[in-house]
Structures are given as structure tokens and as C-alpha cells.
Write a protein that binds this ligand. Structure first.
Ligand SMILES: Nc1nc2c(ncn2[C@@H]2O[C@H](COP(=O)(O)OP(=O)(O)OP(=O)(O)O)[C@@H](O)[C@H]2O)c(=O)[nH]1
Ligand SMILES: [Mg+2]
Length: 328
């Protein structure tokens, strides 16, 4: 839908319902933050949310647009593709010691973006994988780290892999198979058949559910998961992403911008393990609000959102991947 269409009656309904959704989300967020006594606010917010949802659904329902970049056959990548793995890491020496040997053979490159670790992360990484490329991150934040890693990639496909051991490196071939099956973005999901999590708390699960419902309503997607760090995409899709956010909201941003750009997104079942050792860097409330902020911002920026109606197709069945090799 173009800018002009946004001035039509349909566009007005779309904008109004977006306002409703945004104000409802903010109301609910405020409620959680301040006090449960604000039940009235919750009720109003809930009503607004439902109204907004109905409005968005009504407007988005007829929109089905072909993807501009989804034709895998038209993509000039080598077969099999050269796979680059980008690993953001902050004090993950013990975990890297255990996950790097589990990477599949045949990877084109592994890029570690170190956020100034003090525990010998870089040394351990070099010891376990001498070919690893290390980038020192000048600032802070996972978002900044993966953004830096992406700019250094020389392969055809990029896999984002956390360093804490929660993402199983033997699932990488499943993500690559999904890209080769026609996806632009192979998006890991813990909440479809074959996926799961041993790591997510009830609070985070609820937050993720609310945020994913908001994104689906606003952007016409049918995602089952939103804030999950295990994803893969073709390097050629990088221009569709404008990753200007430093923190944990980076995955949400990628998922939203993929939808807004009409990229083909397939969800891939993935099992999130408990982090092997060390402490989480994520703070649920702070980072939850940052995710919400990005959702709101993206719903106002450049309303290409109307293009994004991609199906959720787990292209490759879940199952234990062997230590099979990928790449040339
Ligand atoms: N380079 C860099 N990496 C970071 C930074 N913050 C987090 N990371 C890495 O990003 C990945 C995800 O961080 P986690 O702390 O595991 O966050 P999470 O997976 O969302 O939360 P948990 O489920 O609690 O583990 C890990 O590999 C971290 O080491 C940072 O500031 N710089
Ligand atoms: Mg983690």
C-alpha cells in the first residue's frame, strides 16, 4: 500500500487502529509498571487493544502481495551457499569452550563480536577455533554487536548464534536448508511444533506472547515468536535491514523490517537450552520496553508494513541434526 492509499478511508482506519493499538500497549505497559490498582486503565487498554486488532485485521486482510526478493532461484548465490556465523559475546568464555566444537563442518567463516569481555572470551575462542575472526565492539549492546558482525560478513548466508550455549549449533543446517527452500529469513521459533525452551521464564513467555500478538496485529504477520536470537538470512537481504538499535530489541527489528519489506519468512523450530554458565545480560522490563518502543517506532516509520503478509511455514522438520557439514 502506498503513501497515497494511507489517505484513503482504508488508510484512515489503518492509522486509527494503529493509534488504538499503540495506546493500548502503552496503557498495559504502564499498568504493569505502576500498580495493579489501575484496573480501569487495564480495562480501557484491553478494549482499545481489541478494537485496534479488529481494525488492523479488517484493513490488512485483503492484502497479499508477492515478495520482491523471495525468488531463491533468481538469487545469485553459490550452491551450496557459503555460510557465515555471527556470534555476539560478552564474557562467554566457558560457554564458547563448549559450543564452538559443536559447529558444523564446512562453514565459510565464524565471526565473534566481543563486547569487551574480561573473562578470556577471545582467547578461548581463538584456542578452540583458530580460524575465527574477532571483531572488538567499541560500544555496548547485543544489537550493536550483531550489526557490526553483519558488516564484516563475506559469505552468502548469515546465521546469528548466541554464545551462551542456549542455541544449539547443530541446528544450523536446518536454518540453511530453510533458506535454500525459498526463505529470505529463516526465523527460529520456540513456539511451533518441534521447538521449545528450557530457558524462558513465565514472565518472559507472557511478555513475548503479548509483543508477538502486537507485531502480528500491526504488521500483518503470523509469527509465533519474536524475541529469539537464532535466525538466518541471505546476505543479499542486508539492505532491507536498518539496524540502528543497540540492545536486545535487534531481533524484533529484523523480524519487523523483514515483514515491512515483504521478505519471505519461514519459521524454523528451534530448541532453546538453558544458558550453560554465567549470567544473562537481559533485563526483562527494561528490554521489554525497548522492544515495545521499537514496535511503536516501526509502525510509524515508513509504512511499507502493508506488504508483509507471509506465511509461517516450518520448512524443515525438527530433529537432531548430526554433525553433518554444510557449504562447499
Ligand atoms: N558483543 C556483545 N555481546 C553481547 C552483549 N550483550 C549480550 N551479548 C551476547 O548476546 C547473546 C545473548 O545474550 P544473553 O545474555 O544470553 O541474553 P538472552 O539470551 O536474551 O537471555 P537469557 O535467555 O537469559 O540468556 C550472548 O551471546 C551474549 O554474550 C554486548 O553488549 N556485546
Ligand atoms: Mg541467552
Amino acid at each position: 500500500m502506498s503513501q497515497n492509499n494511507l489517505r484513503s478511508p482504508v488508510g484512515v482506519v489503518a492509522r486509527a487502529s494503529r493509534w488504538l493499538l499503540v495506546s493500548a500497549s502503552l496503557g498495559i505497559a504502564l499498568l504493569i509498571l505502576v500498580h495493579p490498582l489501575l484496573g480501569a486503565l487495564a480495562a480501557v487498554s484491553g478494549c482499545l487493544f481489541v478494537l485496534g486488532l479488529v481494525g488492523q485485521r479488517a484493513v490488512l486482510a485483503p492484502e497479499i502481495i508477492s515478495p520482491p526478493a523471495g525468488d531463491a532461484a533468481a538469487r545469485s548465490v553459490e550452491s551450496p551457499p557459503r555460510v557465515s556465523v555471527v556470534i555476539p559475546a560478552l564474557n562467554e568464555a566457558e560457554n564458547l569452550r563448549r559450543i564452538l566444537p559443536r559447529l558444523p563442518r564446512g562453514l565459510h567463516e565464524v565471526i565473534l563480536v566481543d563486547g569487551g569481555s574480561k573473562d578470556g572470551t577471545v582467547e578461548v575462542a581463538r584456542q578452540k577455533l583458530p580460524s575465527i575472526r574477532v571483531i572488538r565492539q567499541p560500544g555496548r549492546g547485543k544489537g550493536e554487536a550483531v550489526g557490526l558482525g553483519f558488516t564484516a560478513v563475506t559469505g552468502d548466508a548469515i546465521v546469528m548464534l548466541d554464545a551462551d550455549g542456549s542455541a544449539d549449533p547443530t541446528e544450523i543446517p536446518r536454518f540453511i536448508d530453510t533458506l535454500c527452500a525459498g526463505a529470505d529469513l529463516a526465523k527460529g521459533s520456540r513456539f511451533i511444533d518441534g521447538g521449545g525452551s528450557a530457558d524462558i521464564t513465565a514472565l518472559r513467555r507472557a511478555g513475548n506472547r503479548g509483543l508477538v500478538a502486537t507485531v502480528n496485529a500491526l504488521f500483518g504477520t503470523r509469527y509465533s515468536d519474536l524475541c529469539y536470537g537464532y535466525n538466518a538470512f541471505w546476505t543479499q537481504c542486508l539492505p532491507y535491514f536498518s539496524l540502528d538499535t543497540p540492545g536486545f530489541e535487534v531481533e524484533t527489528l529484523i523480524n519487523i523490517q523483514a515483514a515491512k519489506s515483504g521478505l519471505v519468512v519461514y519459521e524454523v523450530p528451534s530448541f532453546e537450552r538453558d544458558r550453560l554458565s554465567g549470567a544473562s545480560h537481559l533485563r526483562p522490563f527494561r528490554d521489554g520496553f525497548r522492544v515495545l518502543r521499537i514496535i511503536v517506532r516501526e509502525s510509524w516509520l515508513n509504512p511499507r508494513m502493508w506488504q508483509g503478509r507471509r506465511s509461517r511455514v516450518p520448512a524443515v522438520p525438527a530433529g537432531p541434526e548430526s554433525s553433518r557439514s554444510i557449504g562447499p
